[in-house]
Design a protein around this ligand. Structure first.
Ligand SMILES: C[S@@+](CC[C@H](N)C(=O)[O-])C[C@H]1O[C@@H](n2cnc3c(N)ncnc32)[C@H](O)[C@@H]1O
Length: 242
């Protein structure tokens, strides 16, 4: 899947696999993943997200780093008219999401079991209506900051692949990563922060279920922040001058 030499310089930081998968999960990886997995054929045309889903799919949402997949499965069960793409290289999490897809018979989920940057590099522009990045690894040590998902380069790529009027959702329980990310997101002229009062970033909207990492953060006494941005149809500078 990642054989394209163009992408070989990308390195996934963090674990690819934890404990050995139970036989039932192994069977899902063998039988279900090939049916709904996204394969990046070398040097193919850009992938149009809508083409991955059934006719009549109204929007496509992308979740980067879905962990055990509970947020993605919750959303997919409630929005059968939306196509969901989940990216995560951690194979135990992929198998957990496959389990939920099988139990709930979800037909609107596709999985890229690898580094999201590989997929984003191949997606055509403007096809993602919502992008969720929930509790990405904060890489707290300064020398590891370049491993973070929220970099200026990636923020620009998020804006490239998103549709006009789309929404970017970001959560973290790490205050310094939150502040550093907010600065980069505010600097991207195609994003507009949707917060109007402090509770807008302190409280999670009702259509956004708690993830496993949020639960762990709260147990440890850390208050998460929830950032929502609109992907503007034109740059903010253009919007302000109208
Ligand atoms: C701290 S966990 C959060 C999981 C989940 N979003 C939650 O809130 O419970 C971060 C997740 O990001 C995934 N991840 C790390 N690097 C990634 C990358 N380059 N592309 C996609 N996912 C990545 C990890 O495998 C892990 O599952």
């Amino acid at each position: 899947m990642t054989g394209n030499p163009k992408y070989r310089r990308l390195v996934v930081f963090g674990r690819r696999q934890g404990h050995r998968l139970r036989p039932q999960r192994q069977a899902l990886m063998r039988d279900l993943l090939p049916q709904i997995g996204i394969d990046l054929t070398p040097d193919g045309d850009p992938i149009q997200p809508r083409d991955l889903f059934a006719d009549g799919t109204k929007e496509v949402w992308l979740e980067i780093g879905f962990g055990a997949g509970e947020h993605l499965a919750w959303q997919a069960a409630r929005r059968p008219d939306v196509g969901f793409i989940g990216c995560d290289p951690f194979l135990n999490g992929v198998s957990a999401l496959l389990d939920q897809i099988a139990i709930e018979n979800l037909s609107n989920v596709r999985i890229f079991p690898d580094d999201a940057r590989l997929l984003m590099a191949r997606l055509g522009g403007g096809g993602i209506n919502r992008l969720c990045l929930l509790f990405p690894d904060p890489w707290p040590k300064r020398r590891h900051h370049k491993r973070r998902m929220v970099t200026r380069e990636n923020v620009a790529r998020f804006a490239d692949i998103m549709a006009d009027g789309g929404e970017f959702r970001f959560a973290t329980d790490h205050p310094e990563y939150g502040r550093a990310s907010l600065i980069k997101l505010l600097d991207e002229p195609r994003f507009r922060w949707l917060a109007e009062r402090p509770d807008d970033w302190r409280e999670r909207p009702d259509d956004w279920p708690e993830t496993r990492y949020e639960g762990k953060a709260r147990e440890a006494g850390r208050a998460p922040m929830f950032l929502r941005f609109e992907r503007l149809a034109c740059s903010r500078a253009q919007a302000n001058s109208v």
